[in-house]
Write a protein of this length. Structure first.
Length: 117
């Protein structure tokens, strides 16, 4: 199983970024997906999650109304659209899925997002 994030970078406050995460090695549409982030010196937190068919999502309070998670099951890719970015959104962003059958948790390598003027 491989998860590969991309799309991070430096953006000014108020700006936008879209993070894709390409997934391989599992039956993608059967798995809920999540985006997490970890700021320097802090723990990892769940930012957004989406179920297998994309009909259900949930968000951390800190990003509600600004971030949107979506997925394209034909492309085995999950996205995080981030709008109205704030300096406190600066973190490494990871995508993740879990397999109860395998008893495993899968993570990408992360992509750095820096919000600064």
């Amino acid at each position: 199983v491989q998860l590969v994030e991309s799309g991070g970078g430096l953006v000014q406050p108020g700006g936008s970024l879209r993070l894709p995460c390409a997934v391989s090695g599992l039956s993608f549409s059967n798995y809920a997906m999540g985006w997490h982030r970890q700021a320097s010196g802090k723990g990892r937190e769940l930012v957004a999650a989406i179920n297998g068919n994309g009909s259900g999502t949930n968000y951390a309070n800190s990003v509600k109304g600004r971030f949107a998670i979506s997925r394209d099951n034909a492309k085995n890719t999950v996205y995080l659209q981030m709008n109205s970015l704030k300096p406190e959104d600066t973190a490494v962003y990871y995508c993740n899925t879990n397999s109860a059958l395998a008893g495993a948790s899968y993570w990408g390598q992360g992509t750095q997002v820096t919000v600064s003027s």
